[in-house]
Design a protein around this ligand. Sequence first.
Ligand code: MG
Length: 263
Amino acid sequence: MKHLLIVCLALAIGNLCLAQGQQKPPAQQQKEEYPARMTPQMTEIMDPEVKVIQPPAQVGMPPSDAIILFDGRDVNKEWEDAMGNPTKWIVKNGELVCVKGSGVIQTKRKFNDFQLHVEWKTPSEVIGDGQGRGNSGVYLQGLYEVQVLDSYNNRTYRNGQAGSIYKQYAPLVNVSRKPGEWQTYDIIYTAPRFSSDSTVYFTPPRVTVLHNGVLIQNNVSLRGPTLYIGMPEYSVKKHGPGPIVLQDHGNPVAYRNIWIREL
Ligand code: MG
């Protein structure tokens, strides 16, 4: 009988200890319940699926979602002159060549944010110097010029050479090919957003440029539309989408393989 009492007492003490062991301190309970313990799946987003497009056959050619602006054929399909008339620039051997005095050409479409690919070539016959040699330009939204120039052994002001955001930002490096050789620009453009009273940039336009595959403008913020004389102004009139414009600066600069992706 004495032994039975001892066994019962031991079992009672054991159960009491077990019950106490199952009760966790309030702080520990809270830690386990909130926040919920992270699992790998909690940070994995499945939907909506990222849009699938077809990559180009080779880098520099348009992917499947690009708008083809010039493919070596009819220039007047996507382009017009500043008055909305057929351009006088000529297409020769699949190249779109600027004709002196014919004025700019601009896309019929207007764009906001985009990725733009342009191939260009300055004349192999070197004539003139500085800004007078192989000058043209790619205007973003018709307002902001990425300079096209023969900058191969051709000094000019640094914020006006090839790849500059004209008179605002010099390129990070001069990676120009020789005159007569094809060169590429890949331009990523974020359009400005405007303040509520529409008189100043809320966020200014931003531009990234790769020249022949090399980064030369790294997400720079523009100070205003391109000016030849004077300081570009942050204070500008609100504008919406605009065309891509190619400049006639009097030199027979050629273009090919122009495409754009709206972002
Ligand atoms: Mg120019």
